[in-house]
Structure formats: structure tokens, C-alpha cells
Design a protein around this ligand. Sequence first.
Ligand SMILES: Nc1c(C(=O)O)ncn1[C@@H]1O[C@H](COP(=O)(O)O)[C@@H](O)[C@H]1O
Length: 169
Amino acid sequence: MTQTPRSPQVGIIMGSDSDLPVMQQAADILAELAVPYELTIVSAHRTPKRLYDYAQTAVERGLRIIIAGAGGAAHLPGMVAAITPLPVIGVPVKTKALSGLDSLLSIVQMPAGVPVATVAIDGAKNAGLLAAQILGSADPQIREAIARYKRDLESVVIVKAAQLEQPDP
Ligand SMILES: Nc1c(C(=O)O)ncn1[C@@H]1O[C@H](COP(=O)(O)O)[C@@H](O)[C@H]1O
């Protein structure tokens, strides 16, 4: 399991290593914001016992939020949410056959009582940001890192707008 040095607060899981190019974006933004995370592969379909153990021990291992990404018949986020009391953010991973609409609908259409906060198809970066924002609501250091990130985002757009508005020499 890939881990940052401090005890992880966010668990990032995915159904297959083929999801890694997408799910790595959640890890990257958490690293940028200095939020400790762990990252591994867990599948409701292929490793049901591992899924149960992961979700069942998440709280005692110190996790505060779980980001779960999967493609196709993406049952992983919902099954994790069924087992753990922690908030779960679902990432629908784009598929070849149905462009990720299958993943999106599998994750977003949860029955009442078992929510999964679902981001856009391949929206792993936003999943990481959302996890940091949830943690930041009770952690001033993370909140400040998010505020800094937003200021940077704004500056980039302002600079681009200024370049665009400049008359041709
Ligand atoms: N949707 C799930 C689950 C699950 O929901 O438990 N486990 C694997 N998968 C998905 O199957 C797709 C194809 O997997 P492979 O590339 O390994 O064949 C992946 O996007 C994975 O998330």
C-alpha cells in the first residue's frame, strides 16, 4: 500500500490497477495540500473479503474519509459506504464501452440512507479536493492550504485574461 509519512486521513481505493492513471490525480492533489493519504486496490467483485476488512477497519486505522474509484458496474464505492460510517466520495472511471456513464450511474444512484458523494466521470482531482475541504472544515492548516490553492487558481485565470485582453503590438 502506498502511504504518505504521517498517519493517513484519506483512504484512496480503486477497483483495479487500470484505474490508477485517473485515481493518482486524487493522490497528487492531496499531496500538494499536505493531506496524508493511503492508496491501494480493493474490489467488491474480485476481493470481497478484502473490501469488507478495509471498510470495517477504516475508522480504527485513523482514516476520516474514503475516496473510491471504479469503472463499469462500479459497486465498490456503494459497498464501502454500506460498511463504514465514514464519508465516501465516489469517482466514476471512464469506460471504453459506455464512456463512464455506466460507472456514473452505478455510483450516483444510491438508495436513501447510504450516500456516496459522487464527482464527475474521471473527476479524481475534485474528489481529492473535496476530501481536503471536508477535513479542512475542522483543520485550520488544511483550510489554509485550500484557500491558498483557490487564490492560485484565481491568479492563473487573471493572468490569462490580462494576456488575452492585451491589444496586439
Ligand atoms: N467496478 C469494479 C469493481 C467493483 O466495483 O468492485 N472492481 C473492479 N471494477 C472495475 O472493473 C474495471 C475493469 O478492470 P480491469 O481493467 O482490471 O479489467 C475497472 O475500471 C475497475 O474499477
